[in-house]
Design a protein around this ligand. Structure first.
Ligand code: SF4
Length: 365
């Protein structure tokens, strides 16, 4: 449906690249196309860190401490991280470390750095620039649903099957900068009904909801992955309210800027045009967001960034960040592959510098 619509309009599209097996690999079976990827892939055909990397790490000697909440990164007096404090079943423990790598994502990584403030680092760790928590981003992710004469059956196959990046780059003819990706995107019945019954300004309810869901098989959807520009006003900060560990909770502040709004408007128009070219009648436009990024941005200048290009914090040589919080811009593509590439880069860097970290640790102890 999506590719037909694109073709009629001269828009280039392609089968979406997915981290899902099409043939047996490393003991995992191929995808059976039943389409429950968002609920968890029971055959393990779909990639996840949990089923791919963690078992390999355990085999290589790693120990996983589950159900633990890290409450603080512990610092030595010499400006080197010496480990973390964590709580397990009500008891606080200390884990010593040569290198501390935070991978707690866009909200919890900045929160942990801010909550680890001490006399030497009163504004939080790795925060001499003042950028910890700033410039968090999402992807604008509006969904446009159209009804067709023929059956679409959105539940079949993996949710994202086809994609176009013809609108990815800045086009000087547009009234906004940067661009977006569009995906054909299957939606399961519960997700579909939740989305349209909670739409701001016009929730679909009662008879209309029932009629829509009875005709679920005739709906198709296109989803936006829109680049959102970074703004320091969008940020993670701490509030006085405490969680069950006595740690200040995070407050997330975010709103779209003018460029983001114009991009969304342009994208929704194109999504509707593609659906109509494919023979559909647009019925629902559902606002949504996806993929949080930023909050500990990467950069060469320690005055305006938190980590260098290896994920190493500028302020503390043996403290690394390895997650989407180090993104500087959001791009307009799903971010997981970039997170994985950066993780590989960080891992290779740490391996290369292993000796130096041994020396740091010796000094610190
Ligand atoms: S359709 Fe999704 S959930 Fe089903 S086997 Fe394929 S990847 Fe797994």
């Amino acid at each position: 449906m999506f590719m037909n619509g694109c073709e009629k309009l001269g828009i280039r599209s392609a089968v979406a690249p997915l981290a899902i097996l099409s043939a047996p690999f490393e003991g995992r079976p191929p995808c059976i196309n039943r389409g429950f990827c968002n609920q968890g892939c029971m055959p393990d055909a779909k990639f996840s860190t949990l089923i791919v990397h963690i078992p390999k790490a355990i085999k290589a000697g790693a120990e996983v401490l589950a159900d633990c909440m890290v409450t603080q990164v512990l610092m030595g007096k010499d400006g080197v991280a010496k480990g973390v404090a964590f709580v397990h079943e009500g008891t606080t423990y200390e884990q010593k470390a040569k290198i501390v790598i935070l991978s707690a994502f866009v909200v919890e990584t900045p929160r942990l750095l801010l909550n680890s403030a001490n006399a030497q680092y009163p504004d939080g760790l790795a925060n001499s620039s003042g950028w910890v928590g700033k410039s968090i981003m999402v992807h604008s992710s509006q969904d446009v649903y159209a009804r067709f004469e023929d059956e679409i059956r959105m539940y079949k196959g993996t949710p994202v099957l086809a994609t176009t990046q013809d609108f990815y780059r800045t086009n000087p003819k547009n009234n906004f900068t940067r661009g977006y990706t569009l995906h054909s995107h299957g939606s399961r019945p519960v997700e579909f009904s939740k989305a349209i019954s909670q739409m701001e300004g016009g929730p679909v309810w009662g008879e209309r909801l029932r009629e829509t869901l009875l005709n679920y098989n005739y709906y198709g959807r296109i989803t936006l992955v829109g680049e959102v520009l970074p703004s320091p006003m969008n940020r993670v900060t701490l509030v006085d309210e405490k969680d069950e560990y006595g740690l200040p909770r995070a407050k997330v502040t975010f709103s779209y800027g003018d460029n983001d709004q114009k991009l969304i408007e342009h994208a929704v128009c194109n999504m509707s045009t593609i659906l109509e070219a494919a023979g559909g009648k647009v019925e629902y436009v559902v606002p949504d967001t996806a993929h949080m990024m930023g909050g500990c941005r990467m950069g060469n200048d320690p005055k305006s960034s938190v980590v260098n290009s290896f994920g190493q914090t500028h302020d503390i040589p043996n403290l690394f960040i390895c997650d989407a919080s180090i993104f500087v811009t959001s791009g307009a593509g799903n971010p997981t592959n970039t997170v994985m590439s950066l993780a590989l880069r960080t891992a290779e860097y740490i391996k290369e510098k292993a000796k130096q970290f041994e020396l740091l640790r010796a000094r610190s102890v």
